[in-house]
Design a protein around this ligand. Structure first.
Ligand SMILES: [Zn+2]
Length: 405
């Protein structure tokens, strides 16, 4: 594995500037491609799984976080409130309170449940500058978040489906979990007090984990302040673990916000809230992808998917035409021409690009290109249109397989 901070700079994915501030990285064009593609993947997977997407603001009134419990239990991770006239507003420490208000914005019937509200939205954490570096400890976080509002009977199935969605995403991204963890409360006033609600939520999460057949460890002191959670753990090159994905069952916030739905019996009931994140923070997910793949991203995520290499000046027009056709076909393609060095040097410089197409005099004459894959395979000469079609198929399938015969 590689250090994402060094590789991120070398590959031109992201960087920092002391004047923008510690823990506030910016994304360069190639990094922005990876991030955008990851975000679109997540939104698409969520749409297919029945989620509806929303946007909600990154600021909220202080009273909102007092109601959610963040003000009392989470304030050391929050930025100070900003006074605006007679109001105080806060950079949000999570998306949950906004989604609870969106649920509460109209009368809900049991027929609408489970109601799955998703958002890729910013949240802010007041990290000390001493622990900041790269994309893993940042002060502004783009979170892949969702909240499923459901009946008690639906909660286990919703949490189970979320865990499955996480597993599928890891396979498509070519990453893997080092362990699953059931995170429980520890000592101290960090957690809301209601032993019965904690006991019920923990029992349901155990049911989810046991049903999924995954082995897991329990960790005291790692729960959210409002409830226990399943944490999907990843490890960095030094073996340091962190949490990428989470699934939580929460009885507490529905109480705090007075959430209701009208049941089949015509009476009002309290929904359960399942909080879940498939890839966690986009920053941490990209950092992990960089480290695991060493910059050789799965083709669908790669900043450049096809590098076209004319052997000499005579094939430059042919190469440019292939790039134009590939771009028109939805691919990310570039020419590396003879002015960038010998053919061997250009092949090496493009070693992280999943597909290379070499065009010499013989290929130009025959209307084909010589195809080289990043993993060393050489599928041989193909007509240009056939190559664009084959790569397009692999990219649309969003898997980790580069080529099938
Ligand atoms: Zn939440």
């Amino acid at each position: 594995m590689h250090d994402h901070r060094r590789l991120g700079r070398e590959l031109g994915l992201f960087d920092t500037d002391p004047l923008m501030g510690a823990g506030l990285p910016y994304w360069l064009p190639d990094g922005a491609v990876v991030r955008h593609t990851l975000e679109e993947y997540v939104r698409d997977a969520e749409r297919r799984a029945g989620y509806r997407h929303v946007y909600s603001p990154v600021l909220g009134k202080r009273e909102l976080y007092e109601l959610s419990g963040h003000w009392a239990h989470y304030s050391e991770d929050m930025y100070p409130a900003m006074r605006v006239g007679a109001e105080e507003v806060v950079l949000r420490p999570s998306l949950c309170p906004h989604h609870a208000l969106i649920y509460r914005s109209r009368a809900r019937s049991y027929r609408e449940l489970p109601l799955r509200i998703a958002e890729l939205g910013a949240m802010y954490r007041s990290e000390l500058s001493g622990v900041l570096g790269g994309l893993t400890r940042v002060r502004a976080i783009q979170l892949n978040d969702a909240h499923v509002f459901c009946t008690l009977d639906q909660a286990v199935e919703e949490a189970r489906a979320a865990l499955e969605l996480i597993g599928r995403a890891y396979a498509d991204l070519g990453i893997s979990a080092v362990r699953h963890r059931l995170s429980l409360p520890g000592e101290g006033g960090k957690y809301v007090a209601d032993p019965e609600l904690w006991r019920r939520a923990t029992a349901l999460l155990r049911e989810v984990l046991d049903g999924a057949g995954v082995t897991y460890e329990e960790a005291e002191g790692e729960a959210a302040f409002y409830g226990p959670k399943i944490d999907v753990q990843i490890a960095d090159p030094a073996g340091r673990e962190s949490t990428l994905s989470t699934v939580q069952i929460d009885f507490h916030q529905p109480e705090r916000f007075g959430l209701q739905y009208v049941g089949a019996d015509g009476r009002k009931h309290r929904p359960v809230m399942v909080h879940r994140s498939v890839v966690g923070s986009v920053e941490r997910a990209v950092a992990h992808l960089v480290e695991v793949h060493g910059g050789a991203f799965p083709a669908w995520l790669a900043p450049v998917q096809l590098l076209v290499l004319p052997v000499g000046e005579e094939q430059l027009a042919e190469a440019e035409a292939l790039v134009a056709a590939a771009v028109a076909g939805g691919l990310r393609a570039e020419v590396a021409g003879p002015e960038e060095g010998s053919l061997g040097a250009r092949v090496r410089a493009g070693r992280l690009v999943p597909y290379q197409a070499v065009i010499g005099a013989r290929e130009a004459e025959a209307g084909v290109v010589a195809v080289r894959l990043r993993d060393g395979r050489r599928p041989g000469a193909l007509p240009e249109a056939e190559l664009v079609r084959r790569i397009g198929e692999r990219v649309a399938g969003r898997g980790t397989t580069l080529w099938t015969d």
